[in-house]
Design a protein around this ligand. Structure first.
Ligand code: GDP
Ligand code: MN
Length: 375
């Protein structure tokens, strides 16, 4: 889950990384006051959870409080990259001599955290990776030992720094890494990390993505994920994993692997999945009920495929949840159920008694659901 720049910046500040003076504001009037307090040119920055705000018009320089007011007046309430701006950060404008990049992220293939540094900050790192990959320095961090001090110094040297600046870069790198570890992040970066004329440094941007699996350890970051659709949000609250796709075949299964395989087999038979919905391994009548209800909220559905592999999950529980959800909803969409495993017989009896057809082959069920979506 992404957290806002102002939240990431707070963590930077607490850790002792220099950041420009700034205030979070929700109205243009507050922005003007903030600019007056700062008493220098400011940058008005939209607090939205997307990267590349600069290019999309979400980061603007104002030379005086009145200009800051009118920029904020336009920015607040506007939609940038599909997200409505409800707050802005007003910071003292800096005059960077040079912009660097420092970040830490997970390298899943190497099973460790990697340090990423570049002398070319301020630009999109993905873009830089394509155009000038030689400008990106990477180093692996030992998961047990953590980052060695020399690794930070090597990174500084590798991106062409020396003397006091190199020392400051190394020290900031170590702090960024400490934050990464402390909040269980899967990304912590500053882009750009600016060098001032006098050689000192200031982090002009702070970006942190938290590891969703560790969120329970950081309840202070329980917040609405703005990038989620309303159904995805509901699913999150209910503890179900839902991802919106753009097809018309609703997919419900238990276990991420099974649901992924279901998407594939539906696509194989020429169908287009509308969603990914994983009820999880130990699902019961209640989670099935919630999942079906949630799935049926999608407007463009033509058919639904429920694919259950009973293990800890019991097929009769699933059947009961299904029956209840279908009885309550008035939606007349064909359902195809494939259900095998624990208490299969009991489950099937329940489905039969309620006029719900089922299949035991995943392929046949996929073929059937694609056909029913077309008719
Ligand atoms: P992003 O586009 O979402 O990554 O937002 P940033 O916070 O990185 O801002 C976009 C760009 O604006 C940065 O890459 C900088 O080049 C520039 N920028 C941000 N703050 C300042 C500042 O205080 N002074 C100047 N001159 N440029 C800034
Ligand atoms: Mn940036």
């Amino acid at each position: 889950m992404k957290i806002h720049e102002y939240q990431a910046r707070e963590l930077f500040e607490k850790e002792g990384i220099p950041v420009p003076t700034g205030y979070l504001c929700k109205s243009a009037a507050d922005v003007k006051k903030a600019a007056e307090t700062i008493g220098k040119p400011v940058v008005v920055k939209a607090q939205i959870l997307v990267a590349g705000r600069g290019k999309a018009g979400g980061v603007k320089l104002a030379s005086n409080p009145d200009e800051a007011y009118s920029i904020a007046d336009n920015m607040l309430g506007s939609v940038i990259k599909g997200i409505q701006v409800t707050s802005v950060l007003v910071v003292e404008a800096e005059k960077p001599e040079k912009e660097l990049y420092i970040g830490f992220t997970l390298d899943r293939a190497k099973r460790c955290v990697v340090l990423i540094a570049s002398s070319e900050g301020g630009v999109d790192l993905e873009e830089l990776a394509h155009t000038r990959p030689e400008k990106i320095y990477r180093d692996e961090i030992d998961p047990i030992i953590g980052m060695h001090q020399y690794q930070a110094r090597e990174a500084a040297e590798a991106i062409g720094l020396s003397g006091k600046t190199a020392g400051e870069f190394a020290s900031i790198s170590e702090k960024v890494f400490d934050i990464f570890e402390a909040v269980d992040a899967d990304l912590t970066e500053s882009n750009p990390l600016a060098i001032r004329k006098d050689g000192s440094m200031v982090a002009l941007d702070a970006r942190i993505t938290l590891d969703d699996n560790a969120l329970y350890r950081h309840p202070e970051y329980k917040q609405v994920d703005e990038e989620l659709t309303p159904i995805e949000r509901e699913a999150q609250a209910a503890g179900l994993a839902f991802v919106q796709l753009d097809g018309d075949v609703g997919i419900i299964g238990n276990g991420a692997g099974l649901v992924m395989a279901t998407l594939d087999v539906v696509a194989y038979f020429g169908g287009k999945p509308a969603n990914f919905l994983d009820m999880g391994g130990g699902s019961n009548a209640e989670s099935v009920y919630t999942a079906v209800k949630l799935c049926l909220e999608q407007k463009s559905l033509k058919a639904v495929f429920v694919n259950i592999l009973g293990g800890i999950t019991k097929c009769d529980d699933v059947a009961n949840g299904l029956v209840r959800a279908l009885k309550e909803s008035n939606v007349k969409i064909p359902f195809t159920v494939r259900m095998v495993g624990t208490n299969e017989e009991e489950g099937r009896k329940i489905l039969s008694a309620n006029g719900i057809a089922y299949l035991d082959s995943m392929e046949k069920a996929a073929e059937a659901v694609v056909k029913s979506a077309r008719s």
